[in-house]
Structure formats: structure tokens, C-alpha cells
Design a protein around this ligand. Structure first.
Ligand SMILES: [Zn+2]
Ligand SMILES: [Zn+2]
Length: 170
């Protein structure tokens, strides 16, 4: 048995390393762009350059409502999310070129939200690999990827490198 890391582990590890740069107090997300086996970009969620980040200015919280159906019972849950940061996937798109993205893969620590998924669907990327689930938008995002013919796959058996994890407030 080879002890060499497989490519999924290798690139997801890099996405987790990138996520440690995030200064958001609520969520650290990292994303990388891969063409063939070549790394073409790394990104994490953060405030625009030169703008105070969550660590300095606190998270900018917005309230959100999530409909949940459990055992046929529908309930509405109020949630807070931070809107100060540009999401990792969006930063990745801002800092890479269209031509590099055509037919590429994105590795992202967290399943993309609806807005990021929608942007990725139009970015030239042909595969999205993620680790932590994000149930809120999961169904509509999966359907979008299916419609668009983009491979959308979790790697459930993956384990992030030590010291790259932060507690996530949901
Ligand atoms: Zn924040
Ligand atoms: Zn997002």
C-alpha cells in the first residue's frame, strides 16, 4: 500500500490550508482551482482588500429563514449568517481567468451556497468537489449542477489536516 496521498486528499488539504487565512469569526472556507493536476488558484472567504475584516470589525450579521421538513413536519428556523465576507468560491472566480477555468475542477471545504453555485455553474468549471455539507441549499444546488452537467461530489471519507478546523456557528 502506497502512503502517497490521492489527488482528492491533496487538493482538499490545500483548500483547508487556504481556509485558515480567513478572518471571519463564524466560518472559514477555502477553495482551490485545479486544471488537470495543476493548481491554478487558491481563495478563502474574506472582506474586500483594505476593508476591515470580521476579526477587526466583527461579523456583519444578516438574518435568514430556513424551512426545514422533518418527519413530514415543516418548521421555519431563524438563522444568522455573516455577509461581510466575499465567499471563497467568489474570490476564486475573481482571482482566476476564464480561460484557466474551462474544464477545470474546484475543491472547496464546504458545499457551496446557492449564489456561489450559481456563479460556478457559469464559470467554465466542470467539477466541484466539497467536504462539509451545507444542507440549506443542497437540493437546489444539486439540481442546478445536474441540469448544467457539472460533476458535484462530496468526499465523505476525507479527513482535514490537523489545525485547519475552526468551530462553525450555524
Ligand atoms: Zn464574518
Ligand atoms: Zn457562497
Amino acid at each position: 500500500m502506497s502512503r502517497r496521498k490521492d489527488w482528492d486528499t491533496y487538493f482538499m488539504d490545500i483548500a483547508y490550508m487556504a481556509s485558515t487565512r480567513s478572518q471571519c469569526l463564524r466560518r472559514h472556507v477555502g477553495a482551490v482551482l485545479v486544471q488537470g493536476k495543476k493548481l491554478l488558484g487558491t481563495a478563502y472567504n474574506g472582506a474586500p482588500m483594505g476593508v476591515p475584516d470580521c476579526y477587526e470589525a466583527g461579523c456583519m450579521l444578516a438574518e435568514d429563514y430556513e424551512v426545514r421538513i422533518e418527519n413530514g413536519q415543516e418548521s421555519v428556523i431563524k438563522k444568522q449568517r455573516c455577509i461581510r465576507t466575499i465567499h471563497a468560491e467568489q474570490n476564486l472566480l475573481l482571482f482566476t481567468d476564464r480561460i484557466d477555468r474551462e474544464g477545470s475542477s474546484v475543491y472547496v471545504t464546504d458545499q457551496p451556497c446557492w449564489t456561489c453555485a450559481n456563479m460556478l455553474a457559469n464559470s467554465g468549471v466542470k467539477e466541484i468537489v466539497y467536504h462539509r455539507p451545507y444542507p440549506k441549499d443542497s437540493e437546489k444546488v444539486s439540481l442546478l449542477m445536474q441540469t448544467r452537467g457539472i460533476i458535484f461530489r462530496p468526499i465523505p471519507s476525507y479527513e482535514p489536516p490537523p489545525n485547519t478546523l475552526t468551530e462553525i456557528i450555524n
